[in-house]
Design a binder for this molecule. Structure first.
Ligand code: ADP
Length: 494
């Protein structure tokens, strides 16, 4: 029988309390899987003002958590507790109004400007997570930190908490969900961290004269993981390394890619409550009903034979939407339909939002966030576009395959790991890939997929059926993390 671990997960987002990206889902899903395996899990995150507004009635604990913040002195925090939904896992919320109860989102104000005290907000979270363990007398075997916001934890464990009996045997794992965001701040943050300026050097936290929290975490964590195997290799290159490729390459023996999973209770055409009719591999006619319903939703002609393409994404450069914008008008000269759901950069909101006026009867677009529509597009279109510039894991390609909707992806990061490029000779594959991020390569690949859709219908259907068989479960991901935890503990003790 495997040893049961005490596991602390610290993150800036946890579903359903606060979410901006995949991170929130990962934390919740992993915590659930670890509980199923019998581990003792505790989760900690900030108590953002928006959590109350969402109607969560967290329980206030009758304690004050005192957290040393270097030159800022001792910061007193209140503490709230709740449970991860459908589990017995306690989740603790660090409450400090001037840090977390701000008027805006998780990281930025109403105008999208990052909060000026983001450095202190997340250094506080990192240190409070460790003080919380002491208060709870919860001696962790592993602390699992996520992204730059909690990357100071491995640094703290190797410095001020190194000799602390509570943490002497505790190993750390840091997961990078997107290397683009690194938590880079002025050098004075060293004095808030309170670990001593000796750690302000190129082998630890210093990066071109600034403090780079993610770099510190990478250098100090026992293991570093990221959310797909391919992304783990890519981030060691200049193209995808965002300046930290050298740092990551140095730690390549402790850098592992673990693919995110899919919550098949939410994303499954057989049970999905958002779509007009459920369907399965054996009963695909209802997928046609979903297509017709989506066409109706967007006031498009209800033609079953027209290839219907979808795009569900943040409209930001990372997603390659600038390259898609270059091709889309040429694409729309064909007899096709396009459904777009997303929001992001101002130019993109205007450009894509205006397409249905320019190409009436061909484009449906909603600029904004809409969970229901995301499911309906996933089920209703024939092909889903993901021309990402880089993609740590990517979820939509995994979701859409389950719905028999074929992904057209750029072969990067997790997109490359999860989609099998269609091979006309072996007739095997689950989608269509292109390599160069150019308008020409994207257009050629869309044309290739449309050719198969129009002229090789049986082949297209075969790819659909194969795609629907693909499974990316959280159970598998959690097993990989568990192996890494045991390796990390061993490394720490050796
Ligand atoms: P990222 O986290 O980088 O945005 P992922 O592909 O990992 O990209 O995850 C995106 C998730 O967000 C998917 O579940 C997708 O369906 C959802 N999503 C993105 N934009 C929207 C939107 N405008 N409305 C609804 N869901 C969206």
């Amino acid at each position: 029988m495997t040893k049961k671990l005490n596991l602390l997960i610290a993150a800036s987002e946890v579903w359903p309390f606060a979410k901006e990206g995949g991170l929130a889902d990962v934390v919740c899903a992993l915590a659930r899987e670890f509980e199923k395996s019998g581990h003792y899990v505790r989760v900690v995150m900030p108590k953002y003002g928006l959590i109350d507004k969402e109607g969560f009635n967290l329980k206030k604990l009758d304690v004050i958590l005192k957290v040393h913040m270097g030159v800022l002195g001792i910061i007193e925090c209140a503490l709230y507790e709740w449970r991860i939904p459908n589990t017995n896992i306690p989740i603790y919320f660090i409450d400090r109004k001037d840090m977390y109860d701000l008027d805006g989102g998780i990281y930025a104000d109403k105008n999208g400007e990052p909060y000026l005290n983001n450095d202190n907000r997340f250094v506080l979270l990192s240190r409070a997570a460790l003080e919380l363990c002491k208060m709870l007398e919860f001696k962790p075997d592993i602390v699992h930190a996520h992204d730059w916001q909690t990357a100071a934890i491995p640094v703290f464990l190797n410095t001020i908490y190194k000799e602390d009996t509570m943490f002497r045997d505790c190993a750390s794992v840091l997961t990078i969900h997107n290397l683009q965001y690194q938590g880079e701040f002025y050098a004075g943050l060293m004095d808030v961290l309170g670990i001593g300026r000796v750690h302000f050097n190129a082998e630890e936290l210093e990066y071109y004269g600034k403090v780079n929290l993610l770099k510190g975490g990478i250098n100090h964590a026992d293991f570093i993981t990221t959310v797909s195997e391919n992304y783990a290799s890519e981030i060691q290159t200049e193209e995808f390394g965002f300046g930290l490729n050298g740092v990551l390459t140095k730690r390549k023996d402790s850098l592992i890619g673990v693919l995110n999973g899919v919550d098949y209770e939410l994303w499954n055409p057989q049970t999905d409550t958002y779509i007009v009719q459920n369907y399965s591999k054996d009963e695909l006619t209802a997928k046609g009903v979903c297509k017709a319903a989506l066409q109706k939703h967007f006031n498009l002609p209800q033609k079953s034979h027209v290839p219907f393409l979808g795009l569900i994404t943040k409209l930001v450069k990372q997603k390659g939407i600038d390259v898609f914008a270059e091709t889309v008008c040429q694409l729309l000269e064909h007899d096709i339909q396009l459904a777009i759901l997303g929001s992001g950069e101002t130019w993109a909101n205007f450009f894509f939002g205006d397409l249905n006026r320019r190409f009436p009867g061909k484009v449906g677009c909603y600029i904004g966030y809409d969970e229901t529509l995301a499911h309906q597009i996933t089920a209703g279109v024939d092909l889903l576009l993901m021309p990402s510039r880089f993609e740590p894991c990517g979820l939509n390609q995994m979701y859409c395959m389950c719905y028999g909707t074929l992904p057209i992806v750029r072969a990067v990061g997790g997109l490359n790991d999860t989609v099998i490029n269609f091979d006309e000779h072996t007739m095997e594959g689950t989608g269509f890939k292109f390599y160069e991020l150019t308008a020409e390569a994207l257009l050629n690949t869309i044309n290739w997929a449309m050719h198969i859709y129009y002229n090789r219908n049986e082949m297209f259907k075969k790819i659909m059926l194969k795609a629907m068989d693909m499974r990316f479960t959280w159970e598998n991901s959690a097993k990989r993390y568990e192996e890494i935890y045991f390796q990390a503990i061993k490394k720490k003790r050796d």
